[in-house]
Design a protein around this ligand. Structure first.
Ligand SMILES: [Zn+2]
Length: 90
């Protein structure tokens, strides 16, 4: 059974650990394995005002459609649940 990445993680530490395991997960869209790559980090304005007005909200992950494995080229975000406006909504 293919494991797919979680879409919400509770903090930066969990996110970092999850990203280390990224290659072991399958793409949630096309099911390809070993195609997932880190894309760009997600930032958002914190309404409560972090110092520089930016805070890390998550990581965009990309299913690589280049190379021999042939993913689907789609990307999706993994959010940090702790910085969502309304965490815990499922
Ligand atoms: Zn894919």
């Amino acid at each position: 059974m293919q494991r797919v990445p979680q879409r919400f993680l509770s903090g930066l530490k969990e996110l970092g650990e999850h990203l280390l395991l990224l290659k072991g997960f399958g793409c949630p869209f096309c099911g390809a394995s070993e195609t997932l790559n880190c894309h760009s980090k997600l930032y958002g304005n914190d309404p409560d005002g972090s110092e520089d007005g930016r805070m890390e909200r998550g990581q965009r992950v990309w299913c690589s459609n280049r190379g021999r494995r042939g993913g689907c080229g789609r990307s999706f975000p993994i959010f940090l649940a702790g910085v969502l406006p309304r965490p815990g909504t499922r």
